[in-house]
Ligand binder design. Structure first.
Ligand SMILES: [Zn+2]
Ligand SMILES: [Zn+2]
Length: 258
């Protein structure tokens, strides 16, 4: 069975995605999706956290309005959702939420913890061995889970930890347990596979399987061709099956500010 929903889609505003939004939408319709969620990298109120990979706060209304305009054109064929991929940055998270609450049009957030607050990128990218860094990253994620603001956890296996494997296992177990407790599905990420990155990491999914986590298959499209590449999606589904992970498709979108 093929999935009918994808909640992880970028736009050119993050400076590392390409194409027009309508091209993503048309590929999604052609591929039989019923729901396509845009979740570009969030802007931050201070415009200071890794500004090269995200839109500026001033661009947020235009991002939202572009998706709203597409809804008027394609709305009878596909459900288009307005989301953001957000790190959990404790010092700015509340301020961001305040802005989103005021605007009222962003419908969901996915947690993509590319780095933790004090130190650049421990995760996506360079390998690292420091135990403390991995533990802090997990702490940060778990704090994010407990805000109750996230729909799911994007690429939870993004930490490129090359240190002690027993420590890795212990920390990932902690992460998986907390996600399960908070009712958060974990995403097996398409972009990681597509780009030949070090994730999806089997060692992580084996732990997630043992902990009984639920998963979502996320395309994480940075180009229209990243939408509905079924060969790729089949590969991600095989990972889920290998480790006995239950795959979710359409998710319930609750009010972000109930
Ligand atoms: Zn990401
Ligand atoms: Zn992404």
């Amino acid at each position: 069975m093929r999935q009918t929903a994808n909640y992880h889609t970028h736009t050119h505003r993050c400076h590392h995605a390409y194409g027009c939004e309508w091209e993503y939408v048309e590929r999604a319709i052609a591929g039989g999706l019923k729901t396509l969620g845009f979740s570009d990298h969030t802007p931050w109120p201070k415009n200071d956290a890794w500004p090269k990979v995200r839109m500026k706060m001033e661009q947020l209304p235009e991002y939202i309005e572009t998706i709203e305009a597409l809804r008027r054109i394609y709305g009878d064929r596909i459900q288009l959702l307005i989301g953001l991929e957000v790190e959990y940055l404790p010092d700015q998270f509340e301020a961001l939420m305040e802005q989103l609450r005021e605007d009222g049009r962003v419908q969901y957030l996915i947690l993509g913890q590319h780095f933790h607050c004090e130190e650049g990128y421990p995760a996506s990218g360079k390998p690292f061995k420091e135990k403390e860094r991995l533990a802090r990253w997990v702490d940060n994620m778990i704090e994010g889970f407990h805000t109750g603001k996230f729909l799911y956890v994007a690429h939870p296996d993004v930490a490129n930890f090359k240190g002690n494997p027993f420590f890795y296992k212990k920390q990932m177990k902690r992460l998986c347990r907390a996600a399960k407790e908070c009712g958060l599905p974990l995403e097996i990420n398409g972009q990681g596979y597509r780009a030949g990155f070090y994730y999806p990491q089997n060692r992580f999914w084996k732990i997630a399987g043992k902990e009984g986590c639920k998963v979502v298959i996320g395309m994480d499209a940075h180009k229209p061709s990243g939408i509905c590449d079924w060969k790729e999606m089949d590969h991600l589904m095989r990972i889920a099956k290998r480790y006995g992970l239950e795959i979710l498709d359409e998710l319930e979108i609750k009010e972000l500010f109930a």
